[in-house]
Design a protein around this ligand. Structure first.
Ligand code: ADP
Ligand code: MG
Length: 254
């Protein structure tokens, strides 16, 4: 087994008296792709936000390569640079073109040379099929293109791992594929990732492990074949049934 990269031990997160993450523990190894699924409101986004220190936690410990991630600590910005995150909304700066959006953090926060980062940014844009959009502004791009730019922007920081929170959920169906393909490409290159998604076929294809969350607890932690073909819990079976029902409905409509 590859070395441990991210370790989450007994993570507890509350909003007032609402316990949203309840004693969560799991380890992500280098190069591993973890897919997190579960019903709306079960704590998926909150978990990713805790990993990226966007939320204070009430119990437990999160470490990346042995360094503890502590909300509000002084070295937080350097720690956060080690974990790239892409959300459902692309949050690109509207007044900056694509290239300048990508260059901002590496040149300002990491103080890297503009030439060097530009070269890398152009290579990454090419990899995601957007080399001709470097000078375009976000408003001139489709949702799928913006999301690919957001991924490139995160990659340009050289993160040790990436977190994806329902990055295709706001996209028109024809744009979903192009974003999922970028993530599949990253997996092939060995990027360590935690992906929250409702795209079950994609989840099955990309995951090394699937975590099923309910009410802030991990109730299944399995390889994708076991999870999708033979889930242990009734709750996961019900959850998966909803998706296969939706799929068969789609097929009927075609
Ligand atoms: P998911 O991403 O799985 O849909 P979330 O992590 O967004 O779930 O939310 C989990 C629970 O935490 C929900 O009950 C939600 O209402 C609550 N929650 C999320 N963010 C906040 C917040 N900033 N303040 C209070 N409650 C929150
Ligand atoms: Mg969410």
């Amino acid at each position: 087994m590859a070395e441990e990269l991210l370790k989450i031990e007994h993570l507890t997160k509350r909003f007032d008296d609402n316990t949203v993450l309840d004693d969560i523990s799991f380890t992500v190894h280098k190069g591993e792709v973890i897919v997190v699924v579960g019903p709306s409101g079960c704590g998926k986004s909150t978990m990713l936000r805790c990993i990226n220190a966007l939320e204070p936690i009430q119990g437990g410990k999160i470490t990346i390569n042995g360094d503890e991630i502590v909300y509000g600590s002084k070295n937080l910005s350097s720690l956060r640079q080690r974990i790239g995150m892409v959300f459902q909304s692309y949050d690109l700066f509207p007044h900056l073109n694509v290239l300048d959006n990508i260059l901002l953090a590496p040149t300002k926060a990491q103080k890297r040379k503009k030439d060097e980062v530009t070269k890398e940014a152009m290579e990454l844009l090419k990899r995601v099929g957007l080399e001709d959009k470097a000078k375009s502004y976000p408003r001139q791009l489709s949702g799928g293109q913006k999301q690919r730019v957001a991924i490139v922007r995160a990659l340009c920081m050289h993160p040790e791992m990436m977190l994806f929170d329902e990055v295709t959920a706001a996209l028109d169906p024809e744009m979903v594929r192009e974003v999922l393909d970028v993530m599949l490409g990253l997996a092939k290159r060995g990027m360590t990732m935690i992906i929250v998604t409702h795209e079950m076929q994609f989840a099955k294809a990309i995951a090394d492990r699937v975590l099923f969350l309910e009410n802030g607890k991990i109730i299944e932690d399995a390889d994708p074949d076991t999870f999708f073909e033979n889930p242990k819990t009734e709750r996961a079976k019900q959850f998966l049934n909803i998706f296969s029902f939706e799929r068969s409905k789609e097929n009927e409509e075609i």
